[in-house]
Design a protein around this ligand. Structure first.
Ligand code: ACO
Length: 333
């Protein structure tokens, strides 16, 4: 097995900001409620005409540049998303064409906010086994298109964005050390979109009932999230032969500052080892972890040899964690 890890990271977010003050004018909420319950101050919203593949391609382009690699070196593209441009074809195929990546295997993967870690796991196995030379892993979501802007319990939480990584061979002992993925489909209805799939196709009635938008049992998801953030982190650390004391940087899914805080307390990880940008982007679903990773790198918070843990949870219900040792031979040296 070849040592395999991240060679470059990039991200892209829409320019338009939606602040808590803006939301106060749209639904019965307040900056005070949103800030204290979620930690979110603003989020980015894609303009009409901007779709998942646009953000995905921009993030992937930056990741390739940071890795100093050309599109022709990529032979696998995995896009984690629940808001692809179309039901089919996959957004991965649109990115393949947009970036001129010749003949790469390309597919989308749906695991909600855990999607990026799921896709990283797939790419890691594919490259380390020798089946692929290098992979592009993209987490992208345009949740604003599936958000009910009349539902104050969900519309304050979400934002749009993309993050991407190039996965390829690294020095021995570096790169991804372990992953851990899981699911519990008995919680499917805790976080889902009732209509628009094969169980309940869109009809005038489902549209009137606003069933094309996200439905969530916030409290149940909150409790689940705190539990699996701790459990998944401990399991991936065990698989990697590490303890939480070894972790230089913890990159959690950015859903709610209280979830991050509760998980960090349970794990004994202090704030200066945690990446937080939920205040500026809200929950960007599959984009959240690579977006946070990309910003941490650009801010100089990661150096060669650092141990990093990424952990996410999301619709499914799903969870996933990855532990890695940063090679550091990419553009951020
Ligand atoms: N503004 C003002 N009041 C609100 C708002 C709002 N935006 N939203 C809800 N409230 C009210 C509720 O109606 C409720 O009022 P009531 O007591 O009169 O009934 C009260 O605030 C408390 O509501 P709770 O739901 O108990 O609030 P809670 O503290 O649990 O916070 C939240 C809600 C933020 C949604 C929290 O449960 C949470 O973060 N859950 C996890 C969500 C999550 O991470 N989802 C993403 C998963 S990843 C993916 O795959 C997309």
């Amino acid at each position: 097995m070849k040592s395999t890890g991240i060679l470059g990271v990039g991200h892209a977010v829409p320019e338009r900001k939606l602040t808590n003050a803006d939301l106060e004018k749209m639904v019965d909420t307040s900056d005070e409620w949103i800030t204290t319950r979620t930690g979110i101050k603003e989020r980015r919203i894609a303009d009409p005409g901007i779709a998942a593949s646009d953000l995905a391609a921009a993030a992937a382009q930056e990741a390739l540049e940071r890795a100093r690699m050309s599109p022709s070196e990529i032979d696998l593209i995995i896009v984690a998303t629940v808001t692809g441009d179309y039901v089919f074809p996959s957004t991965a195929c649109l990115v393949q064409d947009r970036l001129g990546i010749p003949n790469a295997a390309a597919y989308d993967l749906a695991a909600g906010c855990s999607g990026f870690v799921y896709a990283l796991d797939q790419a890691w196995h594919g490259v380390r086994s020798g089946a692929y030379g290098a992979a592009l892993v993209i987490g992208v979501d345009v949740l604003s298109r599936i958000t009910d802007w009349q539902d104050r319990s969900t519309c304050v939480l979400f934002g749009d964005g993309a993050g991407a990584v190039v996965v390829g061979p690294v020095r021995d002992g570096f790169g991804v050390l372990a992953t851990y993925l899981g699911s519990d489909g008995s919680g499917a209805s805790k976080l889902y979109i009732p209509a628009g799939g094969s169980r309940q196709p869109l009809t005038p009635e489902t549209l009137t009932a606003r069933e094309q938008y996200i439905r969530m049992c916030g409290n149940d998801v909150f409790k689940f999230a705190v539990r699996v953030m701790e459990d998944a982190t401990l399991e991936v650390l065990r698989r990697a032969g590490l303890t939480s004391g070894d972790v230089n940087l913890f990159v959690p899914h950015q859903a709610n500052i209280r979830i991050i805080d509760a998980a960090a307390r349970r794990l004994g990880i202090d704030w200066d080892r945690i990446v937080v940008n939920v205040d500026r982007y809200g929950n960007t679903s599959a984009a959240s972890i690579p977006l946070a990773l990309s910003e941490a790198l650009q801010a100089g918070r990661i150096k060669a040899g650092d141990y990093i843990v990424c952990v996410g949870f999301g619709a499914g219900l799903t969870w996933g964690a990855a532990a890695m040792r940063w090679d550091g031979r990419e553009a951020y040296r």
